[in-house]
Design a protein. Sequence first.
Length: 248
Amino acid sequence: MARLQGKTALVTGGTTGIGLETARRFLEEGARVAVTGQNPQTLKEAAEILPGAIVIASNAGDAAEQKRLADRLKKEFGKLDILFLNAGIGIFQPVESWDEATFDRQIAVNVKGPYFLLQALSDIFNKPASVILNGSINAHIGMPNSSVYGASKAAFGSFARTLSGEWAERGIRINTISPGPVTTPIYGKLGFPPEQLAQAAEGIRQMVPIKRFGTPREIADAAVFLASDESTFMLGSEIIIDGGVVNV
């Protein structure tokens, strides 16, 4: 398949999980791909897993760094056809446990950084271009302990609608993918002991009508569709991929 032949793409948070698999699929479909990440080990591993990709160390929550990233992409690609805003963190705790520093970190990585990256890339997006925002079903469901995370992901749905209105005449389409529970390293970063993590995973699995977690590949294939010319009549839209959690 070569649905993205000749196109250039950036995947933020592209060294693990959904981002890594999406970068792999973009390469398989013929795109030239750059990925970002922060962890030196996963950056090194991504360079080995994604032959030909440009692997860039970048802090997704630093607004000033987004301009440096855009300058690097302009130098590497000239124009950008596809952006998958995937980098994000999940902090889950009751409202009584939040402090300002933790709140600011969650919002910086999931909202502020992505917003200023969109701004920084504004003048190098091609016409047409496709922007894909990786949201979450937590923007739609009232899951306990997800108040700030859910709000950060709800912002992506708003960005998709409002910025699609601003940029439609420039040929820039913005759409959102909202995954449900997916098997990715994010769960291992929550700090739970293995037994508690397994118990939490089983509880989440029971919430899913089809009784399983999704796979990164299932999300990546949707990203390929939105990145390709097959979805040119879609903008400001959302694809929910959650095994039926929201709608069943």
